[in-house]
Design a protein around this ligand. Structure first.
Ligand code: OFO
Length: 171
């Protein structure tokens, strides 16, 4: 059985995962409107993946006798100064999500809730991969700079990059 405190913290994270999905959906729209088909597909996939993260946690809360809640979401940024700025926003967001997951792990240990601690390890590993992927993409974009041809090649290149572990096990 989840404690009230643990349940509230997990529901807060469920909201963050839902907002992540919205953030990447908005980025997909931005990239699509810029004609960057590869980047927009990457963002659509990332948005779907965040929804899987949400569902995995949502089901866990109910499975442990809690109440998984659907909450109101904040409107994400719809426009960006450039593709580079968009990926910088993505990277910063993933760093924020990692901190939030770490905070959850901390609460699970304080509560001596070892089942939740175990459950959260999947998210810890996922965040390491997502941050690394975002960093790799930013490095590439920094290399390209303002070169339009480079951006065109990058857009093709990103199609080969599968979104990290696209299916969350247990969903
Ligand atoms: Fe849910 O992993 Fe990104 O935010």
């Amino acid at each position: 059985m989840l404690s009230e405190n643990m349940q509230a913290a997990l529901n807060k994270q469920i909201r963050i995962e839902a907002e992540s999905s919205q953030i990447y959906l908005a980025m997909a729209s931005y990239a699509e409107r810029k004609g960057l088909e590869g980047v927009s597909q990457f963002m659509y996939d990332a948005s779907d993946e965040e929804r899987q993260h949400l569902l995995k946690m949502f089901k866990y809360v109910n499975e442990r006798g809690g109440f998984a809640k659907v909450s109101e979401l904040s409107q994400p940024a719809l426009e960006f100064g450039s593709i580079k700025e968009m990926f910088e926003t993505l990277f910063k967001h993933e760093v924020f999500v990692s901190k939030s997951i770490n905070e959850l792990v901390h609460i699970s240990l304080e509560e001596k809730d070892y089942a939740t601690h175990n459950f959260l390890q999947w998210y810890v590993a996922e965040q390491i991969e997502e941050e690394a992927q975002a960093r790799t993409i930013l490095d590439k974009i920094n290399l390209i700079g303002d070169d339009k041809g480079g951006l065109y090649l990058f857009d093709n290149d990103i199609k080969q990059l599968n979104v990290v572990s696209s299916v969350a096990p247990g969903v």
